[in-house]
Design a protein around this ligand. Structure first.
Ligand code: NAP
Length: 278
């Protein structure tokens, strides 16, 4: 076990001050991100939770309203309230953002242009995460307004890298497309797994056996795909012998390209809804 002395620390040079993050709203999505964020070195988190009902890690400061933050300044304000509350709630917190500070919004369908207009600050970015961020296995689209500086991107990359895979996109329209593919994706995956598990029950397995058979099969297959250089068609063909059982199952699954068309319609519907919410 090693121990460090004051001399060791001084020799290592002065520590940078921690990056202070205010999470304005920390419910389902904010809380999922915080699960991973709380472990990042050199970041300090304060959450605003008006109800005071939620439990947050001990390292996290809590506030219920702007009154509790008096005299404080934050480097980043994460906007984690519902989109329809932003215009009402955010103006009360603008004075707590430090000069050169950044707004990072989680809100679906609330544009950077609207955020810049509301705050008068050009340093605005949006992140569109999905819920597996809670395990560090999320997929998030990131978009930066033109006013964002390199140092802000570094902060965002450090935060979001802790939560899984990230993809910077060049437009808010592309962010809506990421939402259709990945933001809503866990919902499609759960629904597909549910239908598959119900079909397994139809073959005589119990509900719990069906759930495990399906989820473990999905997990194994997806991990194999992620670790493989093969195309997805190639992987499929590797497990499909001509006239075998998988061949028979796949013929039913994508008869007349119904599965292909269903997924095209699924993503188009989700994307259209994102566009409506802008
Ligand atoms: N959930 C998802 O899968 C998902 C995915 C992508 C993006 N998002 C975005 O994430 C944002 C939050 O969604 P969510 O699902 O996390 O919602 P949520 O669970 O309802 O959380 C909303 C949070 O807002 C807080 N809040 C309410 N009124 C407030 C006020 N006046 N001042 C400060 N905080 C206030 C609530 O605090 P209390 O707990 O104290 O009531 C709660 O923590 C939304 O903009 C949504 O579009 C969510």
């Amino acid at each position: 076990m090693s121990s460090s002395t004051t001399d060791d620390k001084e020799a290592a040079g002065p520590r940078h001050p921690a990056t202070r993050v205010l999470m304005l709203g920390c419910g389902s999505m904010g809380g999922a991100l915080l699960e991973q964020w709380q472990h990042i070195d050199d970041f300090e988190f304060t959450v605003v939770s008006p109800s005071g009902l939620r439990h947050f890690p001990d390292s996290v400061q809590q506030a219920r309203s702007p009154k509790d933050l008096s005299g404080q300044q934050f480097d980043i304000i994460v906007i984690g309230v519902k989109p329809q509350m932003i215009a009402e709630v955010l103006p009360g917190y603008i004075n707590f953002l430090a000069p050169q500070g950044l707004y990072l919004s989680l809100a679906a369908g609330f544009s950077c242009t609207s955020l810049v207009a509301l705050t008068g600050n050009p340093c605005v970015a949006r992140v569109m995460p999905n819920l597996p961020v809670v395990l560090g296995k999320g997929v998030s689209g990131l978009y930066a307004s033109e006013g964002l500086e390199q140092q802000h991107r570094v902060f965002i990359d450090r935060l979001m890298a802790a939560t899984g895979y990230t993809l910077w996109v060049p437009s808010e329209d592309a962010l809506d497309r990421v939402t259709a593919v990945a933001g809503s994706g866990p919902g499609y995956a759960f629904e597909f797994a549910r239908a598959w598990a119900e079909a397994a029950e139809g073959l005589g397995f119990s509900r719990s056996q069906s759930r495990v058979l399906v989820l473990k099969t999905l997990q194994g297959a997806m991990e194999m795909a992620l670790h493989s250089d093969s195309t997805l068609d190639g992987l499929r063909d590797r497990v499909t012998s001509k006239n075998g059982t998988t061949h028979a199952g796949l013929r039913a699954l994508n008869k007349d390209e119904q599965l292909d068309n269903l997924l095209i319609a699924t993503l188009q519907s989700a994307y259209s809804r994102s566009v409506e919410l802008r």
